[in-house]
Design a protein around this ligand. Structure first.
Ligand SMILES: Nc1ncnc2c1ncn2[C@@H]1O[C@H](COP(=O)(O)OP(=O)(O)OP(=O)(O)O)[C@@H](O)[C@H]1O
Length: 259
């Protein structure tokens, strides 16, 4: 579904953010990307989202080269406060990209209703974003992405700014939506536990210039539970492996180095 091949990105300032990055995401997979701060994760997502031109290599989505924001991709950013239009209601915010997509009014209404129900905000359609808590605003951003019916959902640290309880709820919400809709998810996070809890596969990035340092297959049961899953022995083992790789990345270990 998503192929990143030999991607490199050097900014005009001379900072080489992405070294030589290659990985694929299969249709319907839930892949988490973790890596040290400043590794180039946001740069990578901008290249994948067609918002930034790579210096070398390519990104392919469903067999098509990405050169501009792809129509079948939706992105949810960390900063929900800045991603919603304050003068529009919740329903209008969710509806906006559907208008851009050219859907008729009846279908737009249906999708807005369904997606807001799915995130538990069906009774907030007429509210404005500033009347909602941070977690609720992020739910609106998720509803907007889901209503768009993307084939790939890209999320850049979407829960970094919400409290722990809300974060756990949103994690379950996103996993539930993924399971139900069969969408392909690429999710960037700083949080090692979150990456193991959510993903089928965790890709650990090296420090700058970023390359793939290692991949951990998450063979936990599909049905996950905040208490049961996180306290299972296997969760602990997987967490340990991802943690080890992230520590290596921080110490400057490169993909070719022997651990
Ligand atoms: N527009 C830009 N111009 C020049 N350098 C940039 C630009 N954007 C990012 N960088 C640099 O590229 C490197 C990678 O930044 P990026 O934001 O992609 O990392 P990140 O892994 O997302 O970081 P974090 O985990 O802290 O959010 C950093 O050294 C950053 O300073």
């Amino acid at each position: 579904m998503l192929d990143v091949r030999g991607l490199t990105k050097t900014y005009a300032t001379g900072v080489q953010a992405i070294g030589d990055l290659t990985f694929s995401v299969q249709r319907g997979e839930f892949v988490c990307i973790v890596g040290p701060s400043g590794a180039g994760k946001t740069t990578l997502l901008r290249c994948i989202g067609g918002l930034l031109e790579p210096s070398g290599g390519e990104v392919e989505l469903a067999g098509k080269l990405v050169t501009a924001p792809p129509a079948d991709m939706a992105v949810v950013f960390q900063e929900y406060g800045r991603s919603l239009f304050p003068w529009m209601t919740v329903a209008q915010n969710v509806e906006l990209p559907l208008k851009e997509k050219g859907l008729d009014k009846a279908r737009r209404r249906e999708l807005v209703q369904e997606s807001l129900e799915a995130v538990g905000l069906a009774d907030m359609t007429g509210a404005h974003p500033w009347q909602l808590s941070g977690g609720m605003q992020q739910r609106v951003a998720i509803a907007r992405a889901v209503a768009y019916e993307p084939t790939v959902l890209v999320m850049d640290e979407p829960f970094a700014a919400v409290d722990a309880q809300t974060r756990a709820e949103l994690e379950d919400l996103v996993r539930g939506l993924w399971a139900r809709l069969g969408v392909t998810v690429l999710f960037v996070t700083h949080d090692i536990d979150e990456s193991v809890y959510l993903a089928n596969r965790v890709v650990v990035l090296s420090g700058r210039p970023t390359e793939v340092l290692g991949t951990v297959e998450v063979d936990l049961p599909a049905e996950r539970d905040q208490l049961e899953t996180r306290s299972s022995e296997r969760f602990g083992e997987l967490r340990h492996r991802v943690y080890g790789l992230v520590q290596d990345a921080k110490r400057g270990v490169r993909p070719g180095d022997v651990r």
